[in-house]
Design a protein. Sequence first.
Length: 240
Amino acid sequence: MSWLLIGLFVGVVLGLTGAGGSILAVPLLMNLVGMSLKEATTSSLLIVALSAILSSLFSQQKINFKVVGLLFVTSIFGAWISLPLKAILPAIVIKIMLTALALWSLYIIWSPIKSELKSRKSPLWHLPGGFILGGLTTLTGLGGGVVLLPWLKFIEAKEDISTSLATIALISSFSLGMQVSMGAPLTDMINIIYAFIAIIVSIFMIRLLVKKVSSEKVILIRQLVFSGVVAFTIFTLFRN
């Protein structure tokens, strides 16, 4: 039952906003399933990867695979370069960095899209975006999607949730594969099946919401849910 609830909750939030999967999955796995932080981190990648893959496949928006590729490749370099810094930088510095990015994300998400920005930026702008994404997730383990979705809106001048989901799916799957290859344990197959079923249900819940509610209200719901994810991210960082 716990895996059904976790899969449903993470699937709804990730499908609605394109962000917030890991930051929600880790504490839920620790509190509802009783996992350690290390176990929860690996299992959260599994849930987020499943949710992002299925949500992007069922999405009615077109995925920009060029952007996905640029973000993914440069995120690997960002992770590689930031890894030594993780042992040097004080925790408070990392927390302040992530908080500043989270607040910037809120500003971008709530800002109206300006029509004059729609054709101003080159796809090469995604190179620093992917680098920041990889470095941030390596340094904190949090906030990848919280930064990714606003970055896509800032560069592409639209809320590109499908591209965000596809990027998260690729990065999460890659990270999960790396951790499993290094000996990290996976949960039982029955739990994976429960999570899979819950994520499928969450996808149809979101599609029903989109059909029943006006586009303006859907955007408002996404903004409110995203704001909740950002607030929870900051709370999680500074609670200890």
